[in-house]
Design a protein around this ligand. Structure first.
Ligand SMILES: [Zn+2]
Length: 263
């Protein structure tokens, strides 16, 4: 059964791309079908984490998988084939809302965690995962920027509490960039598909376009974290505290969780 076909541009390549989402039988996992071959959405297939999460297997390579995987995590989808015709998934509006909208809601896939798992990065960045009865994710970002400063977002499923409602509270949070960095990327021939239709640009004194949530930036980092963590195929029953997470750190954690003894 095909859920939907979504088209758009890739934010990094600027190339048009189309993705078709099809249900798979239980136990199949999430797999990307590219013209160059199949790539299972597994932590072991992460090949790059610089500006987005890039998966590769054999000769196949696919960029910016994190928003769709986040929607799968938030919707409890475990078995899905994504057929893509380009090197990158469409960025849509820069959030996971477009993906979450076309996927049905199933119970979240949670697994017991037997021991704490912690990864650390530069500048005080870390993600700590402590075994718990339920999943709770607290994500904080901190920038030396008058407008952004420190922001915190939380996800504590299940719905209908607002903190548990992935589709309404997390999925719509868009990707963002600081104007100085965006300009550098554009000068370097990167972020070719970026526009005000698919990213929030942070200026010294304003956001363009206007924010959807006061803490939309922290919510988006939480969205990315869920997507990268879902490279394990599940979400841990854990209290997760993420401070200044990045794709690199998220994927390190996913890799460790894939190997950790889980019940
Ligand atoms: Zn993102």
């Amino acid at each position: 059964m095909t859920y939907a076909t979504l088209s758009g541009v890739g934010i990094h390549t600027g190339q048009p791309c189309t993705a078709t989402l099809t249900a798979l039988p239980p136990g199949s996992g999430i797999v990307f079908e590219t013209a160059q071959g199949t790539i299972p959405a597994r932590a072991e297939n992460v090949v790059e984490t610089l500006r987005c999460t890039v998966l590769g297997s054999g000769g196949a390579r696919l960029s910016t998988v994190e928003h769709l995987l986040s929607a799968c995590a938030g919707r409890g989808i475990t078995d899905l084939k994504i057929t893509v015709d380009g090197p990158e998934l469409p960025i849509l509006d820069g959030s996971a809302a477009g993906w979450a909208e076309v996927l049905p809601q199933s119970p979240l896939v949670l697994r017991e965690l037997t021991e704490p798992v912690i990864v650390t990065g530069r500048g005080g960045a870390f993600i700590a995962c402590y075994p718990a009865e339920h999943l709770t994710v607290t994500c904080a970002i901190a920038f030396e920027h008058a407008l952004v400063g420190t922001q915190v977002a939380r996800f504590a499923p299940p719905a209908p509490t607002s903190e548990g409602d992935y589709a309404r509270e997390i999925a719509p949070a868009r990707t963002f960039g600081f104007i100085e960095e965006v300009q550098k990327l554009l000068d370097a021939g990167l972020a070719k598909g970026g526009s005000l239709d698919n990213a929030v640009i942070v200026y010294p004194d304003r956001y363009e376009p206007a924010l959807r949530f006061d803490n939309e930036l922290a919510r988006h980092k939480l969205l990315d974290l869920l997507g990268d963590l879902y490279l394990t195929g599940f979400l841990p029953k854990a209290d997760i505290i993420a401070m200044k997470p990045s794709h690199r750190l998220n994927c390190q954690l996913a890799s460790l969780l894939s190997r950790t003894d889980l019940e």
